[in-house]
Design a protein around this ligand. Structure first.
Ligand code: FAD
Length: 385
C-alpha cells in the first residue's frame, strides 16, 4: 500500500467507520486501521441503544437499511427504587415514530463494514497503530501489520480508537464512578412491547432495553457487587434482579452470558495536536446510563465530515479546520457529558432528602410537557438538536 493518504482513521469501530462512510463521496484518500479481527469485533457483547437522531444519521450513511435484528423503543419508563416517582416518555407524544432502537454492537459493525466495502476507502484489519507523530506538515502513524512495522503519512489523523493510543502519553481526565456494569440478555414472563426501563437505585442505574424475546440488561453496581453478579448462578442472578428491579415485567426466566465493564468518565485533555483530532470514545467515554456514547460519537463523526467537506481541500488538517470542528462540537459534547455525569451523581446515592426530591422531580417531569420534551430531545438529538 502507498504510504501516504489524506485521512488516516485509527480504529475501525463504529465511530471511525461512520466517519469513513460520511466522506465516501469525496475524492479524499482514506485509510482505516483497525487492530482487531472481524471475529473479535463480532464477539463484543455490548448491546447499544441508538437514538432516533442516530438512526437518521445512519440512514444518511446508507447503513440503516442493512441492519438486521433490531428492536424499537417506543416508550421509556423512568423510575427510582424505593420511591413512588416515575415518568414515561412516549414516541407519539414527541411526534417521532420511535424514541430509539436496540441492537448488538456486532450487528451495527457488520452493517457499517458492508457499506464501507462499497466505497474507495481502504480498511486494514489487524493493523495496530502504536505511534502517532505530528508536526506542522502532517501526521505519521507507525503500525504493525502482517508481522511487520509500517508507516503511513496523512494530512489528517483521526483517533477513533476508543481512547487507547494516547492513554499513557496524553492521559485523559478521569472521573471514577466506582461502578461496573454487568450486561446480559434476559427473558421474563411479562415483557412490555417496545418499552425500555431505566431504574435509578442507590447502587447505580439498572436499564432493561427491549431486544427480541426479552431485554438487554445493563445492571450497575460497585465493582465488588458486579463481581458477585458475575459469580451467582443463574437462579440467584434472576431472583436478585427481581428484588432489585421489581415486578414491572413479571418474573425473570432466563439469563444469557454475562460480561462486565468498569465505568468511568474519560475526557481527552484540551491539548491540541497538529493535523490530529480525537472523536468518539477517544474524545469522551461516558457512563452508559443515558445510552449516549455511540450516539455522541456518531455526531462527532458526522460533524467532522461536514467540516472537512465544506473546507478548502488545502485546509485539511489545518489548525483553523480543527478549531472549526472543536467549536462546532463544544456545546453538544459538554452538554452530553454534563447530562450523563449529572444523572449518575444525582441518582446513585440514598440520601433521604435527595431521594424524595428526585421522586417528586420524576413525577413532575411527566406532568410538564416542556421539560419532558426537552429531556427527550436531548437524548434523541443532543444539544445541537
Ligand atoms: C456496557 C456498555 C453499554 C453501552 N451502551 C451504550 C448505549 O446503549 N448507547 C450508546 O450510544 N453507547 C453505549 N455504550 C458506549 C458505546 O459502546 C461506545 O460509545 C462506542 O462503542 C464508541 O465507539 P468508538 O468507535 O469510538 O470506540 P470503540 O467501540 O471502542 O472502537 C474503537 C476501535 O478501535 C480499535 N483500536 C483500538 N486501539 C487501536 C489501535 N492502536 N490501532 C488500531 N485500532 C485500534 C479497537 O479495536 C476498536 O475496534 C456502551 C458502553 C458500554 C461499556
Amino acid at each position: 500500500m502507498n504510504n501516504q493518504c489524506d485521512i488516516a482513521i485509527i480504529g475501525g469501530g463504529p465511530v471511525g467507520t461512520a466517519l469513513a462512510l460520511a466522506l465516501r463521496d469525496s475524492d479524499l484518500k482514506i485509510v482505516v486501521l483497525e487492530a482487531r479481527k472481524v471475529e473479535e469485533q463480532n464477539a463484543d457483547p455490548r448491546a447499544l441503544a441508538l437514538s432516533y437522531g442516530s438512526r437518521l444519521l445512519l440512514d444518511k450513511l446508507g447503513v440503516w437499511k442493512n441492519i438486521s435484528q433490531i428492536s424499537a423503543i417506543k416508550t421509556i419508563h423512568i423510575s427510582q427504587k424505593n420511591t413512588a416517582g416515575y415518568t414515561y416518555l412516549f414516541a407519539d407524544e414527541l411526534k417521532v415514530p420511535e424514541l430509539g432502537y436496540v441492537l448488538p454492537y456486532p450487528a451495527l459493525q457488520a452493517s457499517l463494514h458492508q457499506a464501507l466495502k462499497q466505497t474507495n476507502a481502504t480498511y486494514l484489519e489487524c493493523a495496530a497503530v502504536n505511534k502517532l507523530d505530528n508536526d506542522a506538515s502532517g501526521a505519521t502513524l507507525t503500525y504493525q501489520y502482517d508481522g511487520q512495522e509500517h508507516r503511513l503519512s496523512a494530512r489528517l489523523a483521526v483517533v477513533a480508537d476508543g481512547g487507547k493510543l494516547f492513554e499513557n502519553t496524553h492521559p485523559p481526565k478521569v472521573s471514577e464512578y466506582g461502578q461496573s456494569a454487568v450486561i446480559a440478555h434476559i427473558t421474563c414472563n411479562k415483557p412490555q412491547a417496545d418499552t425500555a426501563f431505566e431504574r435509578f437505585t442507590a447502587q447505580g442505574p439498572v436499564a432493561l432495553l427491549p431486544y427480541l424475546d426479552g431485554y438487554e440488561i445493563v445492571w450497575t453496581g460497585s465493582h465488588a457487587q458486579a463481581e458477585d453478579m458475575l459469580a451467582w448462578d443463574d437462579a440467584k442472578f434472576l431472583s436478585e434482579l427481581h428484588l432489585h428491579f421489581g415486578s414491572e415485567v413479571g418474573e425473570f426466566t432466563s439469563v444469557g452470558k454475562r460480561s462486565s465493564f468498569p465505568l468511568r468518565l474519560k475526557r481527552a485533555p484540551n491539548t491540541t495536536f497538529p493535523h490530529t483530532v480525537l472523536i468518539g470514545n477517544a474524545a469522551q467515554t461516558l457512563h452508559p446510563v443515558a445510552g449516549q456514547g455511540f450516539n455522541m460519537g456518531v455526531r462527532d463523526a458526522w460533524e467532522l465530515s461536514r467540516v472537512i467537506l465544506r473546507g478548502q481541500p488545502a485546509a485539511l488538517g489545518s489548525a483553523a479546520m480543527l478549531a472549526d470542528y472543536r467549536k462546532s462540537r463544544r456545546l453538544d459534547r459538554n452538554a452530553g457529558i454534563g447530562f450523563t455525569d449529572g444523572l449518575v451523581r444525582i441518582f446513585s446515592n440514598d440520601l433521604p432528602v435527595l431521594s424524595s426530591a428526585r421522586g417528586v422531580a420524576l413525577s413532575l417531569l411527566g406532568k410538564v410537557p416542556f421539560a419532558k420534551k426537552f429531556v427527550a430531545k436531548r437524548m434523541m438529538f443532543g444539544a445541537n438538536g
